[in-house]
Ligand binder design. Structure first.
Ligand code: CA
Length: 199
């Protein structure tokens, strides 16, 4: 069984949606299209797509708000596709956590190349602490990576060092399927994982 890479397209202009969706489908991607910010947030949460293409000018909210909200819980790559071409708009979106910024009109080949690049980067496990200066938050759970502090509804949870490493690794890679071996390799790099298969 092959896993099709899923891409969420957030765009309120129908002809652009149709064009991008058709192009991506022809390249073997699975696409979901939404036309406003509320749907974008709900689909991003429920389906955890592999990548998000995001327009900034949406009818119900600004796309930058979507970047902000998603970045509180997931590292899904986000590529902004916007008509706004001012440098400050780009800087703002990138600083909020967008991975790339394309200005409309976009060329098909360039879009495909940018998507491949963003996916390549996201497929590396996110173990780089520098990437995660901000605390991770999911509902009442907050993980402060710098302080090695985990709180649930404001109350500190006491964890062993190994437990903290596991929860931090899972949080940094939220939305990804992690195998037992991957977790062990990252938590205990010196330990070999072959024991599980020894006769
Ligand atoms: Ca728009």
């Amino acid at each position: 069984m092959t896993h099709k890479t899923s891409i969420l397209i957030v765009e309120d202009e129908k002809n652009i949606c149709d064009f991008i969706s058709a192009t991506l489908s022809s390249q073997g991607y699975k696409t979901t299209v939404v036309h406003n910010g509320a749907d974008a947030l709900s689909v991003a949460t429920s389906q955890c797509p592999d990548l998000i293409l995001l327009d900034l000018g949406l009818p119900d909210m600004d796309g930058t708000e979507i970047i902000k909200q998603i970045r509180t819980w997931a590292s899904i790559p986000i590529i902004v596709i916007s008509a706004r071409s001012q440098e400050q708009e780009k800087v703002n979106a990138l600083d909020l956590g967008a991975d790339d910024y394309l200005t409309k009109p976009i060329g098909t080949s360039e879009l495909m190349a940018r998507i491949r690049t963003a996916l390549r980067h996201s497929n590396k496990l996110n173990t780089d602490a520098l990437l995660y200066k901000r605390p991770y938050q999911a509902k009442d759970l907050v993980i402060d990576f710098d302080k090695h502090l985990v709180t649930l509804a404001g109350k500190e949870i006491h964890l062993t060092q190994i437990e903290f490493k596991i929860i931090a690794l899972l949080a940094k890679n939220s939305g990804k399927v992690m195998t037992y071996d991957t977790i062990i390799e990252n938590i205990c790099p010196t330990r070999t994982t072959t024991t599980a298969f020894s006769a």
